[in-house]
Design a protein around this ligand. Structure first.
Ligand code: GLN
Length: 488
């Protein structure tokens, strides 16, 4: 098989070929490293490529497969958002403040991938500390959308989305605090899954907003997302928010039709500024779900209009506390001054980029005495109302579908000077984070030549149902088969 074909495989297809010895992990890894070499100058999905480490892992994976001791991801090349700690590559969170930082431990998800024998190709670009929707807030330059390199890949996990879309990795991991897996997956035409809060351990994920952050996969098929979730999910004593619930075999939940499934459409998910092409593609997708046997039911999520405001109080508040640790003492950059306070100030002033500073200021303000009740406490109360909306809706439906984003990928530079416009890209993704529920984004058409995405939201810990629905939809359509370079 040619190198070009090797880099377009799904993990499931690669697994079969590895198992029958049609290909080796070494060949698969070399094909990906060559592809990265050829293309990443234009895409900039990676901040760090671990060529030697990946090659050594591939040799080991082949040896392991020869003994018959195979896990689902043995020999499969994977990319990691550079906010996940790894001992054998730098971890920067795309920030200058982590300059020179090498983690003394691996994130739990990384440890689990290593145990499976996955090949870790490198670390992908992100908005600094995962704050953003376009990957333009990276201190190391933006990532380009593989479908049109003048556009953003979405964010914050834009590098992970672009790597899978551009055939520079078969699978990748990102993190989703307010949409950072689903939105870039949508912009890049791949599958992205945000698991339920607590489904995947966040130990070793650099914290942004701890009550919202969750790690999840990017893939070229829903089946692959189910495989990756199975590999990383489950309780971890090192993350007290990780759930002790059993992890089902998510691939068993993939279904071919939707008979007997009740799918909700939220009345409030029609917003001004929604691109007509996006609306049309999502309407067609809903008709397709109905054709597959689903019953479509209108539901109401009345507090949706407060989700963005609630998020932009809660997330910066938590970030302002989480980022206090980056002060030049323990991690990365240190710009020494005669006084300790001076060292803190100079290091943080030089180390953080403008969006991170904006969030720290917003969050500190919302938490300060006199404003705490007016902003932070009120945001927490509103958050409960948003969660209750979903609880009520899930009394009558098994899942809710909505556009992943109101527009397709926008141009690089188009929104960077207007934070409010940038924040609006997350209007459909944020409610799921506020409620802690899972959501999966799947390709559902094109508008202006760029991918459109549908998200399927489910009950807490019911990833199986949303993966089942997304798979049935995917199998009935061909959107996921389109590749960048074949723009429609
Ligand atoms: N775009 C949102 C933000 O800027 C969400 C980011 C994320 O999910 N990490 O905060």
């Amino acid at each position: 098989m040619s190198d070009a074909k090797l880099t377009t495989l799904t993990a499931a297809a690669a697994r079969r070929m590895l198992d029958t010895r049609d290909i080796s992990a070494v060949e698969l890894t070399e094909a990906h490293l060559a592809r990265i070499d050829q293309l990443d100058g234009d895409i900039h999905a990676y901040l760090h490529v671990s060529g030697d480490v990946a090659r050594a892992q591939a040799v080991e994976a082949d040896a392991r497969m020869a003994t018959g001791e195979v896990a689902p991801l043995t020999g499969i090349p994977v990319a990691l958002k550079d906010i996940l700690c790894t001992t054998d590559a730098p971890t920067t969170a795309a920030s200058r403040i982590l300059d020179g930082f090498i983690s003394p431990y691996d994130a739990t998800v990384v440890e689990r991938l290593r145990e499976q024998g996955a090949i870790l190709l490198g670390k992908t670009n992100t908005d600094e500390f995962a704050m953003g929707s376009s990957t333009e807030n990276s201190a190391f330059g933006p990532t380009h959308n593989p479908w049109d390199t003048s556009r953003v890949p979405g964010g914050s996990s834009g590098g992970s989305a672009a790597a899978v879309a551009a055939d520079e990795a078969i699978l990748s991991l990102g993190s989703d605090t307010g949409g950072s897996i689903r939105q870039p997956a949508g912009f890049c035409g791949v599958v992205g899954l945000k698991p339920t809060y607590g489904r995947v351990s966040r130990y070793g994920l650099i914290a942004f907003a701890s009550s919202l952050d969750q790690i999840g996969p990017f893939s070229r098929s829903v089946e692959d997302a189910a495989i990756m979730l199975g590999a990383i999910a489950g309780h971890d004593p090192r993350d007290s928010t990780s759930s002790p619930r059993d992890v089902p075999d998510f691939t068993q939940a993939l279904r071919e039709n939707l008979r007997g499934v009740r799918i909700g459409i939220a009345r409030e998910y029609r917003v001004e500024g929604m691109e007509p092409g996006v609306e049309r593609a999502c309407q067609d997708a809903i008709a397709q779900l109905e054709e597959l046997g689903a019953e479509i039911i209108e539901v109401s999520l009345p507090h949706t209009e407060y989700a963005l405001a609630t998020y932009y109080i809660t997330a910066p508040a938590e970030a302002s506390a989480n980022l206090a640790r980056f002060d030049g003492v323990k991690y990365g950059l240190r710009l020494e001054e005669p006084t300790l306070a001076g060292t803190y100030e100079t290091t943080r002033g030089a180390g953080f980029g403008p969006e991170v500073k904006r969030r720290i200021m917003l969050g500190t303000y919302a938490l300060s005495s006199g404003y705490y009740d007016a902003y932070y406490v009120r945001a927490q109360k509103t958050r409960t109302l948003i969660k209750r909306d979903f609880d009520r809706a899930f009394e009558t439906v098994d899942a809710i579908v909505a556009p992943t984003s109101p527009t397709v990928a926008f141009g690089i530079g188009a929104r960077i000077d207007d934070p409010y416009q940038m924040y609006l890209s997350d209007v459909f993704t944020i409610p799921a984070n506020m409620a802690g529920i899972p959501g999966v984004a799947v390709p559902c058409g094109f508008s202006d030549g760029m991918p459109v995405s549908l998200q399927v939201l489910g009950k807490a810990f019911d990833e199986a149902t949303i993966l089942g629905i997304a798979h049935a939809y995917e199998q009935a359509t061909t959107w996921h088969e389109r590749r960048p370079g074949e723009r429609v």
